[in-house]
Write a protein that binds this ligand. Structure first.
Ligand code: GDP
Length: 344
């Protein structure tokens, strides 16, 4: 394939600048913290109608520069790239809760694929030697025929979110191969933290276990306890993102722990963290069970281990205990509402 390498401008400033979309999400927080600790200037692009989400950056809010930019506006993105001259761009923006993508497939596609395309086009147009990270997802494997999955596993997305992530992934590959951009994709499995919203199963369970421990609620209603996932700690995964952009050559990497746990394991670990026997509190509501969940999404992170020397530092049990402890503290401080009973 033709490689239309273009002459690049070089960002001459001494400080590296990282431009992050989706900075106010879970990964944006951990990535910003990592990059600030490394001495980067961190800049976040936040859509005009989501400015209030900057408060989610908590202690980092004063340490990052936030610009109000509509991610669907190509001109505005190009201007941002032209003026900020980022050394690295991390494209994390996406509606993260997968089931929501059925309600708005086109909006999902535009936010995920459109933003990636517009950013890559902007880097190319401005002729920067910027390195680009695309937040890809295990959802691009979807209906898997084998486990674990590696960079060689065929992509068979099963929902609009996965399809959009796959389109963004290929768009990034095209820019790398056709234009010679330094662009990488991190195919990340479920990664969690106390910053996860409670519609995700890890946080739903940690918040409920803490709420029950404090006597604020008395039961937790769950979907499929046999569902399995490869869960890791978000703080470990942002380290892999950064490492991908420090390599000699750009490439794509599967990032996960390689270990499967059931939702039942998760519930047991969370309740054990507060010395409770989960069987006395947890009920299953069949209406919360998702159809078609027989597949096993589990990573084979061998390439990341060998090439990036990346290994997750926080175990499943440590992650869940950390999340429950944080929720206990927040409930006691009154900074979150209790959770229990029936919620999705
Ligand atoms: P996902 O992997 O992006 O869909 O992340 P989630 O945290 O939403 O779901 C992880 C797994 O937990 C899926 O297999 C769900 O079917 C399963 N699960 C079981 N009970 C629940 C529940 O009550 N809420 C959620 N969100 N997931 C549940």
């Amino acid at each position: 394939m033709a490689n239309l390498s273009i002459p690049f401008h070089i960002n001459e400033s001494m400080t590296s600048t990282a431009l992050i979309t989706g900075i106010t999400g879970q990964d944006g927080y951990y990535l910003s913290r990592l990059l600030l600790d490394k001495g980067y200037r961190v800049v976040g692009l936040v859509p005009p109608d989501r400015q209030e989400s900057v408060t989610k950056l908590d202690d980092l809010a004063d340490r990052v520069d936030i610009y109000s930019v509509d991610l669907t506006d190509s001109q505005a993105l190009r201007l941002a790239v032209e003026q900020l001259l980022p050394t690295e761009v991390y494209n994390l923006a996406a509606p993260s809760f997968v089931p929501d993508s059925w309600a708005d497939p086109l909006g999902t596609l535009d936010l995920i694929t459109g933003t990636a395309t517009r950013l890559l086009d902007a880097i190319r147009a401005v002729k920067l030697r910027t390195r680009f990270y695309q937040a890809s997802s295990s959802e691009i494997f979807g209906d898997v025929q084998s486990a674990p999955q590696s960079e060689q596993t065929p992509f068979r997305p099963k929902n609009p979110y996965g399809a959009a992530k796959l389109h963004a992934h290929w768009t990034m590959v095209h820019h790398r191969e056709h234009y010679g951009l330094y662009a990488c994709s991190g195919i990340l499995y479920n990664h969690e933290s106390p910053r996860r919203p409670p519609q995700f199963v890890t946080r739903k369970i940690s918040l409920a276990a803490a709420s029950i421990k404090l006597g604020l609620t008395d039961r937790l209603v769950m979907g499929n306890l046999d569902a399995k996932r490869d869960w890791g700690f978000a703080g470990d995964y942002v380290q892999a993102m950064w490492q991908m952009l420090q390599m000699k050559a750009p490439d794509d990497y599967v990032i996960g722990t390689g270990c499967l746990h059931t939702v039942r394991d998760l519930v047991a670990a969370a309740f054990a963290a507060v010395d409770l026997d989960w069987t006395g509190y947890v009920e299953v509501d069949p209406t919360l069970i998702r159809a078609d969940e027989h597949f096993q999404l589990v990573a084979n992170p061998t390439k990341a281990k060998q090439k990036l020397q990346w290994t997750p530092q926080v175990s499943f049990e440590e992650l869940i205990e950390h999340m429950v402890r944080q929720d206990l503290e927040r409930l006691q401080a009154g900074t979150v509402a209790p959770l229990g009973g029936h919620s999705s």
